[in-house]
Design a protein around this ligand. Sequence first.
Ligand SMILES: [Zn+2]
Ligand SMILES: [Zn+2]
Length: 157
Amino acid sequence: MATAICKRCRAQAEPTRLETAAGKSDSISVTLRGMPVLACPNGHRQFLKQDFALKLVEHLVKEDEAGLPAGKEKGLIFTHYHCGDCGAELGKNAERRETFPLEVSLPEFGTFRVELTAPLYRCPKCSREQLHSLEEVRKATPPALAEAFRAADIPPG
Ligand SMILES: [Zn+2]
Ligand SMILES: [Zn+2]
């Protein structure tokens, strides 16, 4: 990855990795571990490229989160959730929270870990533990990431 100019102080920015940064939205939290960024000697951070955040969100939502155990969302006005396996209705109260470590591989930017923590619900019929729905997780992912970027002082774009 080539070096670049820091957008804030014009010093030379070099590729490095962010130790951790966390953010949350609703009941979903994300922790970024080892995410590649550019940093200048004055401690300013920026994305490797303009479209990094977009690529990360797209990859997470379309590929990494797709493999999580999840129920199905039903109902237009009053949303309720059903077991992804047997279809029984899931309760409103989560059994516990679980952290899923996702190894995110972005073609242009390499691999790093995103930990997603979300409430898990146990199906009353078949006992499968699952998230309420992927829609719910997908909706919360971009704002949770935005908060993590703000926490790490990475300006958007
Ligand atoms: Zn700088
Ligand atoms: Zn079930």
